[in-house]
Ligand binder design. Structure first.
Ligand code: TRP
Ligand code: SF4
Length: 328
């Protein structure tokens, strides 16, 4: 049976956190046995980080090592770095010729980001064209399934629109319309109860030590109605409880009951959860440590990946250039 082509990308903006792991990576792991390509989107990182002093290349390494540590297997799937496969820039340019400006200006993610990242000057060609580059990423591999978070749905819709427009203009059926594969786990809460996100400074990182994790959990937000141990709690609003549900399934009923009836204190509850979380993170930490010592091997994995990616990407670029009349 023909395997499904799976494609996804991660922007290398730093170490991965628990939200990335439970959200994106679990989804990647499920799909890695298919014909899967996982790209580190360093060019996409450059759209917002072009003024930053830290090197994107260092973050690329962090992300790859986090991937490997979380159990993605380079024997089963292909990892590569976007800027190492020139075809991404080329196809993006070709697609930019047929993408109406209005589609990009109306993109809700674009408008949100302009608002959210007010400190940065994002009135650039590259930032507006972010979704065109993303469409090129997926299209080069004729991606069918794209594991992403909900925030990426507008970008995926735009990819499909570009594909339809390409077909309308050139009558060549080169690209399948990709479908999103969303994770089962809903938004993972951070230490303050808001969505876990680097920009909120509320993350637990895969690279955090046991001690750091325990310390962070100790300071974590709980149900605000529980000012003292005597107040009855509402586990459903408590971010600590979210993690019990995920990591402590055999105790979850008991925890909820004791919380609702003020039979357990929050400190005790947090420490029980921290233990479970550390048990969950231990094997990831160990693999992380060991890959950190094998950077040459990691480099080889990326070289191999880029080579495999190029084989497919160059073929698709060729077909696209033919369809658009650039080669006869
Ligand atoms: N825009 C995605 C994000 O911020 C990253 C990305 C780049 C991507 N290219 C992609 C995701 C292609 C899926 C497919 O998370
Ligand atoms: Fe949250 Fe546990 Fe405190 Fe209840 S007892 S509010 S679940 S930390």
């Amino acid at each position: 049976m023909k395997k499904t082509r799976v494609f996804s990308g991660t922007r290398p903006t730093g170490k991965l956190h628990l939200g990335n792991l439970l959200g994106a990576l679990e989804n990647y792991k499920k799909l890695q046995g298919q014909d899967a390509f996982f790209m580190i989107a360093d060019l996409h990182a450059l759209t917002t980080e072009y003024e930053s002093k830290t090197t994107i290349a260092q973050n690329v390494m962090e992300v790859v090592i986090d991937y490997l540590a979380s159990g993605l297997d380079p024997e089963k799937c292909t990892f590569f770095v976007q800027s190492e496969v020139q075809e991404h820039a080329s196809l993006s340019l070709l697609l930019s010729m047929i993408t109406p400006l209005g589609w990009l200006e109306r993109n809700p993610t674009y408008k949100d980001q302009l608002q959210e990242l007010k400190g940065k000057d994002l009135n650039t060609h590259g930032f507006l064209g972010y979704p065109v580059l993303q469409a090129a990423d997926i299209m080069l591999y004729k991606g069918e399934k794209v594991p992403v978070g909900e925030d990426q749905l507008p970008h995926l819709e735009l990819t499909r629109e570009i594909i339809r427009r390409f077909f309308y203009l050139y009558k060549k059926n080169i690209f399948p319309e990709p479908e999103a594969v969303l994770t089962q786990v809903p938004k993972v809460p951070g230490l303050d109860g808001r969505k876990m996100s680097k920009s909120y400074n509320n993350c637990i990182y895969l690279a955090d030590s046991r001690e750091e994790v325990t310390k962070k959990i100790r300071g974590m937000m709980t149900d605000p109605a529980r000012k003292t141990k005597e107040d009855k709690g509402h586990p459903e609003v408590c971010p600590v409880f979210f993690y019990h549900k995920l990591l402590n399934p055999e105790r979850v009923e008991g925890v909820a009951h004791e919380c609702r009836n003020a039979l357990r204190g929050c400190v005790e509850c947090k420490m029980e959860m921290a233990t479970k979380l550390n048990e969950f993170l231990d094997p990831i930490r160990e693999r992380r440590e060991s890959w950190m010592k094998k950077k040459t091997e990691v480099r080889q994995i990326l070289d191999q990946g880029a080579k495999r990616a190029r084989e497919i990407a160059s073929q698709t670029l060729r077909e696209t250039m033919e369809a658009m009349g650039l080669v006869a």
